[in-house]
Design a protein around this ligand. Structure first.
Ligand SMILES: Cc1ncc(COP(=O)(O)O)c(C=O)c1O
Length: 438
């Protein structure tokens, strides 16, 4: 495919003058990709494909950073939005759709008695943390892994923490996924001070040795709340989310991304005992009850229920996951997919077993030239619109990328074949995980 990126590059040059970091979402900006080879602006999308501003078409696996669980420009959701649009976007009073969607969420999500809508995943998690602090009358929070990096706006645990008061970092304790000892140490060091344990049920890891069960128990024993960040796992691992998939119970559970198939919506759910805390908190925003997102999300959930879309995602995801790993193995490249078939990411290792971003960038550079868009720094997501044909085309492109790499790269000089810039990581941790003091 002979691709032009002229329009993308022109827009990028205009944006440099008027948009901080080129766009409102760090991970969407050009430096997150192999800049110069990846497109910078998308014009339109349908199903699992998008077209960039130069008319090039791609099979997408980043799915707008995860939200697209059904597919782009998805007809039944479009119809629901259009029909709501005819009634109105936002009123001085709430619209019945807020009640209807809350009831639907309480029906689908385990232990949910109530649902409070927000506009983004970060807002939902920030609000849940605030409610946990108010409920327990404690200030400190135990966060798992890098969760909280982007999930809680008030947390000062990563670079780019300017503007967050310094005392905030004293309130944040971190433990590693699967490290129960680390979490126990946090509770030992901060007796009766931890308001909540905040945990993404999984990113890519498998929970080991009843990790999730033990976290639940530790939170309960210490009268702390368990806040589950299901922004990515929700409406993806199962329609009932990771609580069902892993058989774990959260006290406040946050959803976003996948529930709205791209609409700006998120929510916090849980037993009314905890959710009623919001009655007393100033967690309120003009657009939280915006009707288009509420109506569209209702249609998303109905579609998931009626078509069992999530099981299709698992099936098709397995074809990509296992097909990918078979292909890279055939070429002797340490470039496997890790994680879950509906949420995976490729990791490349050099001969010293060190993670190699240049190898990953090169493989994905060769794939983008063949019309396959995969994120270098982020995840690979499957939606209901990905087809067997998409997977076949992707594996064919992978085969030729592997051929290119094995034929040309000598002494692991992957970087020499990059036709653009190496992707730049957008953050680094500033607070490190607590370990057990033996
Ligand atoms: C696990 C998790 N929680 C929360 C968020 C924040 O969601 P949002 O970008 O909608 O604010 C993200 C974003 O990627 C996420 O991956």
């Amino acid at each position: 495919m002979d691709r032009s990126l002229t329009n993308s590059n022109n827009l990028k040059n205009r944006a440099k003058k008027v948009v901080p970091h080129l766009t409102g979402t760090f991970s969407r900006a050009a430096p997150s990709y192999v800049e110069g080879v990846f497109p910078v602006y998308a014009q339109s999308a349908k199903g699992s494909h998008f077209i960039d501003v130069d008319g090039n078409e791609y099979i997408d696996y980043l799915m707008a950073l995860g939200p697209i669980t059904l597919g782009y420009n998805y007809e039944p959701v479009n119809q629901a939005i259009i029909s709501q649009l005819k009634e109105g976007i936002l009123f001085s009073l709430p619209h019945p759709i807020e009640v209807k969607l809350s009831e639907k969420i309480c029906e689908v999500i385990p232990y949910a008695d109530m649902a409070k809508f927000e506009k983004s995943g970060s807002n939902a998690v920030t609000a849940a943390v605030r409610a946990a602090r108010a409920f327990t009358k404690r200030d400190k929070i135990a966060y798992c892994g890098s969760g909280g990096v982007w999930h809680d706006w008030q947390a000062a645990m990563v670079s780019r923490d300017g503007g967050v008061p310094k005392f905030n970092s004293e309130l944040i304790k971190i433990f590693d996924y699967n490290d129960v000892d680390g979490l126990e140490q946090i509770f030992e060091d901060n007796k009766n001070e931890i308001a909540a344990v905040v945990l993404e049920p999984t990113m890519y890891e498998q929970p080991q040795n009843d990790f999730l069960d033990k976290v639940r128990k530790i939170a309960t024993q210490n009268d702390s709340l368990l806040v589950l960040d299901e922004i990515v796992t929700g409406f993806r691992f199962d329609i009932a989310g990771a609580q069902k998939y892993f058989n774990i119970k959260g006290d406040l559970v946050c959803f976003g991304k996948g529930m709205g198939n791209g609409l700006p919506i998120s929510c916090i759910t849980g037993p009314s005992e905890f959710m009623k805390t919001f009655d007393e908190l100033w967690v309120s925003s003009t657009n939280n009850s915006e009707n288009l997102s509420l109506a569209g999300t209702y249609a998303v959930i109905k579609e998931m229920e009626e078509k069992n879309t999530i099981s299709h995602c698992w099936d098709i995801g397995k074809k990509l996951f296992y097909g990918w790993n078979k292909t890279v193995e055939k070429f002797g490249l340490d470039a496997k997919m890790y994680g879950y078939p509906i949420r995976m990411h490729m990791q490349c290792f050099d001969s010293t077993k060190k993670e190699s971003l240049s190898m990953k960038s090169l493989i994905l550079q060769e794939m983008i030239k063949k019309g396959i868009f995969m994120s270098v720094l982020g995840g690979t997501f499957i939606c209901f619109s990905h087809s067997e044909k998409d997977i076949e085309n992707t594996l064919t492109a992978l085969e030729s990328a592997c051929e290119f790499v094995t034929k040309n790269v000598k002494n692991e000089n992957y970087g020499d074949f990059l036709e653009g810039l190496m992707p730049k990581s957008i953050w680094s941790m500033k607070i490190f995980p607590t370990k057990k003091n033996f």
